[in-house]
Design a protein around this ligand. Structure first.
Ligand code: ZN
Length: 144
């Protein structure tokens, strides 16, 4: 995963624009209702191109994680941890993001997404233990 800074493409640009507005959404196929993530131009189940964005709470369970020593966020402490989260609302979908806790994640642990504005162009969806989110409800701590 060379440099984790995402490069929005045709399919994912609108998704990133939503993240910048602090929305988390997945696509719902207009024909068969299958939810999908990451964003793509057509449904893998029925190949229909039309879809509707469904905003939802970013929550799920830790599937696995990696420790990376390659900085991608200026000022980030190293090494940093990237978790793979299985979405609660869409069990077939996995989301990657930075881990936002001082301790290591645990497999199967329930987590919640938090939005981190990295700079004027980039907002990321990071993940923290669900038990933390009641403490840090609402606004995120400043990045870096
Ligand atoms: Zn479909």
């Amino acid at each position: 995963m060379p440099g984790y800074r995402p490069e929005p493409d045709r399919d994912s640009r609108e998704w990133w624009e939503r993240v910048a507005r602090r929305e988390f959404a997945v696509q719902e196929c207009d024909a068969c209702g299958t939810l999908r993530f990451p964003p793509r131009a057509f449904c893998a189940a029925c190949r229909t191109e039309g879809w509707t964005w469904r905003e939802m709470t970013p929550e799920g369970k830790v599937e696995s994680w990696i420790v990376s020593r390659q900085p991608f966020v200026p000022g980030a402490r190293e090494p940093y941890l990237v978790v793979m989260v299985r979405l609660k609302a869409v069990p077939g979908c996995l989301v990657y993001g930075n881990w936002r806790a001082a301790r290591q994640p645990e497999a199967g642990e329930r987590v919640r997404g938090v939005f981190t504005q990295v700079d004027e162009e980039l907002t990321l969806l990071d993940w923290m233990p669900e038990s933390f989110s009641s403490i840090h409800s609402g606004e995120n701590p400043p990045a870096g």
